[in-house]
Design a protein around this ligand. Structure first.
Ligand code: ANZ
Ligand code: ZN
Length: 801
């Protein structure tokens, strides 16, 4: 076999140049007949270059896009940069280079690297969120939400990262720590901007028509945390004050023996009786220092103090003591709860410690458990006991009747409660889009007029974080005129959470150069929703929730005609090194550049895909990549070989099976098995020989996975440029089915059954099929299998002792 040797590096560059010169990857958006929007989550332009994780994610996503293009779709595959925000700003602080400069430099480097990957990104569609021509429209979207009452400013206890010196949204706090830097988050009472994502809680729970991972939808559902229950109104004894308690299980109301109010509750001041005042105040102070995580930890002993007040049970007039305890949060329900020690574990612990009565009021059918913690409260079976006129009713029926009774007697009402909080979007940081609001001494809070957008971020700002927004010190930015009265006014100095920038970027790609609007409805309505969205699972309750919300809101405001932004969603797995997460601090990162240099971009891309199923990730090892490099060499030798097929019927079958397998595998992101099938095919042809037509077909099949290599193969075979537009090969279904044979199964030398399997079925498959035969199974169960025999096409045998 004569070979010229495959020169990956040269080939990569040769084709990248040609692709660019011929505009192969530029998309005609007017051609919408078979449109396909293939999107991967855009990266932060950080100072570290593209890492293995980027390659893993972007390479496979691009292979999928290439595959769809070969299937005849007009594929839009854009790329951009999520360039505002803490990483860019922190990097700038570290290096003392202005964020704008470092960001733009990093973008330039990353574009070069992304181009070297050989992706089909249409760079004419690029968006960069930190450029005024983009954030002008982020501000515009904020204004539209503001005008509809979906954006508001409110003083509230918010999450504060003492290290990043900024507030964080709830979604950006992971186990009580800052999701950027890991510092423990504290609370601060601040006046902040929120978006009313809560108004969309119910809509966000509807996933109709979406092809998303079940786990992601479940995570969002849990985060949104819908609870169906009611508010019960309790009169405070001797005061003209009513307190509501939210409960999901009002059926336990006759078992209430105390009530608890959150230490932050605004009415607590009025409620504490003089004798208890000192203790309550001390307790409130201590609670302030605790994180929510500490307060809610199940294994921590519950603490509380008496307020001296009593609440009156609207059902039976019973007076129960009102305590304050930090396990009741102000941010959920009404901030007051009824204590039912017989049926709630937490209340039981509390009651035992502080000697409240424990009174049973429901009985579960299972007879064993008494607390709701052990049962599904919405589907519980059991009856109500010792509860006046409701005694004897089933729990679920009683619950309904109790709510009806309260509504009639005006002492309570049905209520649906969500755990989801409104989205806090103000940040006391520099590198973000300024919030387009002006404060006037006379007119108060005024929206910046749209014609003034973008409200530009000034360059000459000392951006070191101090806890106050850096823009506050910039007089020229801060001082302005009121758009309404022309009087003295100041600008909002907080910037927007970068998740706001990334919540709509997919709408901008198809219209990225539009100067008169954020996007063109006609264009977006034809190109969106995104057909395929690929990115990390860590975004489940942040970006993916925010983007759905913004998209739905823009849909409701009439700016776009579709409700959901991302039709199909796929998450990539993680690449590890010797089982551990790659990280710079551990010093176990793998540099893509080194391997790309050595083996070429396709081998690197293909090895990452070969490591395991895309959604599961895999463990990096250097030996594995040499295996893929050898495969590419063998493929190359085969393309340049001249050994006619010995068995052309067998070749044809193998090829058609390959077409089917590779296509079906890429469709479901099983790139690893697609590569394996190609390897098998090459091995087969090395023994059997191959004809030119099959060589061309095989080059097309590997094209999505190894684009430069395939282009080169196709070219030396005389194929017409580009292999990307050669179409996806079609298989003949009849040629893909295996020949089946019936073979006998012996147990200890006697035929006990017969199975139908593929003529070439491997041993494991044959043995498994034999064991499934019921008669064979019967004889196998008589002892222990000590030997398994398989003669393909002839016989399967077992020796049992
Ligand atoms: C009485 C009761 C009896 C409750 C019982 C449960 C079991 P989910 O399902 O998570 O929504 N609760 C309400 N507001 C609270 C707050 N601000 N802080 C802490 N706990 C609060 O939980 C609803 C239940 O959580 C409510 O139902 C209330 O306790 C508690 F056998 O009321 B329940
Ligand atoms: Zn932080």
């Amino acid at each position: 076999m004569e070979t010229k040797g495959y020169k990956a590096h040269e080939v990569d560059q040769k084709w990248q140049k040609k692709w660019e010169k011929t505009g192969l990857h530029s998309v005609d958006l007017k051609n919408t007949k078979k449109k396909y929007y293939n999107l991967v989550m855009f990266p932060y332009p950080s100072g570290d270059k593209l890492h293995v994780g980027h390659w893993y994610n972007f390479g496979a996503a691009d292979s999928f896009g290439r595959f769809m293009r070969m299937k005849g779709f007009n594929v839009l595959e854009p790329m951009g940069f999520d360039s505002f925000g803490l990483p860019a700003e922190n990097y700038a602080i570290k290096t003392k280079i202005h964020p704008k400069k470092s960001t733009e430099n990093n973008i330039e480097v990353m574009i070069r690297q992304l181009k070297a990957m050989g992706t089909i990104y249409d760079w004419d569609k690029m968006v960069v969120t930190s450029r005024p021509e983009y954030y002008k429209w982020t501000q515009w979207i904020f204004l539209q939400l503001y005008k509809k009452g979906l954006a508001y400013k409110r003083k509230a206890p918010v999450n504060w990262c003492p290290s990043c010196q900024t507030v964080l949204a709830n979604e950006q706090v992971q186990d009580g720590t800052c999701d950027r830097c890991g510092t423990e988050v504290t609370k601060k009472n601040l006046n902040q901007w929120f978006l009313k994502i809560r108004d969309y809680a119910e809509k966000l729970l509807d996933y109709k028509g979406l092809d998303w991972p079940k786990k992601t939808m479940l995570m969002q559902q849990n985060w949104i945390g819908k609870s169906i229950g009611c508010d019960v109104s309790w009169k405070v004894k001797g005061m003209d004050l009513v307190l509501d308690t939210f409960t999901t299980t009002v059926d336990t109301i006759y078992g209430v023996t105390f009530a608890v109010i959150s230490p932050e509750h605004p009415d607590l001041d009025k409620l504490m009786k003089p004798y208890f005042k000192k203790d309550v105040e001390k307790y409130v102070e201590a609670a302030k220092k605790k994180t929510d995580i500490e307060r809610l930890a199940e294994d921590k002993e519950k603490t509380g103090v008496n307020t001296g007040s009593f609440l009156v049970n609207p059902f039976n007039g019973q007076e129960v003591p009102l305590w304050t305890a930090d396990y009741v949060l102000m941010t959920y329900g009404t901030g007051v709860v009824m204590g039912v020690p017989a049926h709630d574990q937490r209340d039981m612990d509390f009651a035992k410690k502080y000697k409240f009565d424990i009174v049973q009021s429901v009985q579960f059918n299972n007879g064993e458990t008494f607390v709701y913690d052990d049962v599904d409260k919405y589907n519980v079976k059991g009856k109500i006991i010792d509860s006046g006129e409701f005694t004897g009713l089933s729990i679920l029926d009683g619950r309904k009747k109790m709510i009806a009774w309260m509504e009639k007697n005006k002492c309570g009402k049905a209520k649906i409660q969500y755990k989801l909080r409104d989205w806090l979007i103000s940040r006391q940081r520099y590198w973000g889009a300024p919030i387009p609001i002006v404060y006037c001494e006379k007119c108060g809070e005024v929206a910046a007029p749209e014609k003034d957008l973008p409200i530009e971020l000034p360059d000459d700002v000392d951006f070191k974080p101090t806890g106050e927004s850096p823009l506050a010190k910039h007089d020229k930015f801060r001082n302005t005129k009121c758009p309404k009265c022309g009087g003295k006014a100041t600008r909002e100095v907080d910037t927007m959470d970068t998740f706001m920038c990334s919540s709509w970027y997919y709408l901008r790609y198809p219209c990225n150069t539009l100067k008169t609007a954020a996007f063109d409805k006609r264009v977006d309505d034809t190109w969106l929703p995104v057909d395929m969205y690929i990115g990390g699972p860590e975004h489940a309750c942040m970006h993916l929730l925010y983007a759905r919300f913004i998209n739905m809101a823009l849909n409701d405001l009439g700016y776009i005609g579709f409700k959901e932004p991302f039709k199909r969603l796929v998450h990539q797995g993680m690449i590890t090194k010797d089982g551990a997460k790659m990280s710079k601090s551990k010093g176990n990162t793998v540099s893509p550049d080194e391997f790309v240099e050595k083996y070429g971009s396709d081998v690197f891309r293909m090895y990452l895909m070969f490591m395991g199923p895309f959604t599961e990730g895999g463990d990096w090892n250097d030996k594995g990549i040499t295996g893929v490099a050898r495969f590419v060499d063998r493929f190359w030798n085969l393309i340049n070989s001249n050994v006619p097929a010995k068995d052309s019927a067998a070749l044809k079958k193998a090829l058609h099976k390959l077409i089917k397998k590779v296509g079906e595998d890429i469709e479901v992101f099983h790139f690893n098995t697609a590569v394996a099938a190609l390897m098998e095919f090459v091995n087969f042809c090395m023994k059997n020989g191959i004809d030119k037509e099959s060589k061309m077909c095989a080059s097309r099949l590997i094209a999505p996975l190894a684009p430069h290599f395939a282009e080169e193969c196709y070219d030396v075979l005389g194929g017409k440029y580009s292999v990307l537009d050669s179409g996806w090969p079609v298989y003949d279904a009849a040629l893909t089915v295996d020949d089946v044979v019936k073979i006998g199964v012996q147990v200890n030398g006697k035929i006990r059954g017969e199975v139908q399997i593929a003529k070439a079925a491997p041993q494991t498959e044959a043995i498994a099929a034999a064991k499934e035969n019921s008669n064979v199974a019967k004889f196998l169960s008589e002892g222990k299998i000590v030997k398994e025999i398989y003669v393909p096409g002839r016989i399967i045998g077992f020796v049992v002792k």
